[in-house]
Design a binder for this molecule. Sequence first.
Ligand code: GLN
Ligand code: ZN
Length: 765
Amino acid sequence: MAKIHNLGFPRIGPNRELKQSLESYWSGDIDASELDKQTETLRLNNLKAQENLDYVPVGDFSLYDHILDTSFLLGNIPLRFREQGISELDQYFLAARGASDQSNCCAAASEMTKWFDTNYHYIVPEINTNTSFALNSKKLLDEVRQARAQGFEPKPVVVGPLSYLYLASSTDQTDKLQHLDTLIPLYIKLFNQLAANGVEWVQVDEPILATDLCGQWKMAFKYTYEKLKQGNCKLLLTSYFGDLRDNLTTVAGLPVAGLHIDALANPEDADQLMATLAPDQVLSLGVIDGRNVWRAQTQALVEWLSPYAQQLGPRLWLAPNCSLLHVPYSVEAEQNLTHTLTHKLAFAVQKLDELVVLRSELNNPQINIKSPKQLHRNGHTGHNQALLDSDNSRYARRSTFVTRREAQRHKLQLPVLPTTTIGSFPQTSEIRRARAAFKQENLSASDYQDFIERQIRDCIEIQEELGLDVLVHGEAERNDMVEYFGNLLEGVAVTQFGWVQSYGSRCVKPPLIYNQVRRREAMTVAWARYAQSLTDKPVKGMLTGPVTLLNWSFVRNDIALNEVAEQLALAIREEVQDLERAGIRIIQVDEAALREGLPLREADKAQYMTWALNAFKLATAGVADDTQIHTHMCYSEFSDIIDEIIKMDADVITIETARSHLTLLEAFKSCGYPNDIGPGVYDIHSPACPSKAQISDLIHKLSNLLPLEALWINPDCGLKTRTWPEARAALSNMVEAAKACRQALVNNQIQDSEGSVTVTASPSL
Ligand code: GLN
Ligand code: ZN
């Protein structure tokens, strides 16, 4: 009898209840005991939703993030949080989010970073030589007891010591593995406490097994799990987010009671492990895709899995390949999707139903095995030739950048150090209300159009007043840079409740790309044309790039991912060309998520980058030399992908620099980045207003790093989360700083016969 289990369930609740509870607590509307009551209800509902499983995960629920939970479980709470004289709960939120404006605490939040190749973010543990650990298992034990009292067979989920250390940041650059000997006894103690509470199995997550590990870390696996077997629980060593490759031999001989693998990533891993499995070892196969939303082909799965079931009996366990944290709660809530599409979908609740079906089919001896069907596996692995032939003329601009730059200078007549913004302006509650009213048909199309046009008019007027050189329309019509296009493209659907946790209380609602993607009609041209009609200054057209649309959506897995990228690229290309025809001289194609799609393994990166770059180029290369293409990326790690960034060949790239203190610009400098670049001169994430002096100072520094004629002056991201007074004040200082720097330049420079400044090399300011 094969058994079924789950690695983790969505925490956010069917209707984002967790978000509601957390935000009420943070704003002081409810107290800790009420928060506890509300989240307990959520946890119990989650258990209930999983009642048909043989083992239910416990400890996968989290008030913010499970890695932060692990830091608290192991007593690794940095001193700056402990010394505030606040409750453990508030220390936890302080570590997660930093101090709120009202509180008296002053401690910077811990860093947050992406969880492997997902769109979830975890709070990075901080360790150094002096870090001490102490087991703090009360919360987990309480949850275990509670689950048991409700009649469930709890399988606690803990992050394994190796993944924990690997994901931590060593604040004094010391070897993280030095802490292993302290951690191992703590884990053994925890396992024994769990066993004393009736726990048979513990799921020990070691997702780093899906990444490239050096010899030292591989050896640490043997060392650690040899010792952990002293504990009184059975350990299910759990790997996910990819196949094992060279880590398979590391895992195969370990003395653990069970192994869980992502069997969708590479079914051969299962065969290889079968050959080395100890006589009583459990093999858990992750066969339901926890990273995507499509229904499993249960019949094909049954055919594939029945030989394993026959050989292993109760030692075969089946599960999603990773936690269901990464998919929405339930399809049942969706009212607006077509019947056909609804039928293709499985969110978390439906995925558990699929496991139940699999179990009963596999445990039914009547199965007759036909020849196994081809399985549609994780769409993120297969590729075909789309976008992989590198010298396709459609990917290249007509002329080189040097020629284009001349044509663009002539056409645009911008000053040196041109100022611009990244696209969005404050999204006021008035804007949100109007969009909602239009969506619910409480506002007519023509009233809505009038409303948005008024927003655009105000926005252009303010930018003119501020003296910015390249304007934007402000994006008032967009709720989200991906969902907006998802709503308009054919072959893409937007859900009502398909929320997935991104971090803490923040969720995203990825569109579903379920069919051939086509552009029905122009998506942004009318707004752009209207905005341009109000001013002589150039207004940037504003689009989301194909790779970002792809990486922030759930993508069909019956065709290769790069083929979907090509369809998206062609749709955006049409839009780019329509904008150009409408008289838009500058077009920005945002690729905020280009880096996010990078595969976990070194060996897979080049292929992804090739088609991702070609997708961007296909989308943007179809314009004349004098149409200027911008792109924007809001992160700071470029050093390892700088060659690819060069190959994108955008005329201007705007990036985040304010928070990374210029270090990233070193990468641009040392590679001799050839095109124009706008390093964000202030951090839009902070409500604090940057002074003119601060910005001038930064521009001076930038001018020493990069050629002056290549430099643009802009904030580091869109302004939609700021208020109007904040945005105005900061932009005003930014424009003034740019003007002052230009003036300094004039004073320093030889002027040509017409009196304008010729900037050839990089003069100092
Ligand atoms: N154009 C978008 C904006 O300004 C870019 C957002 C982003 O980079 N995440 O909001
Ligand atoms: Zn950004």
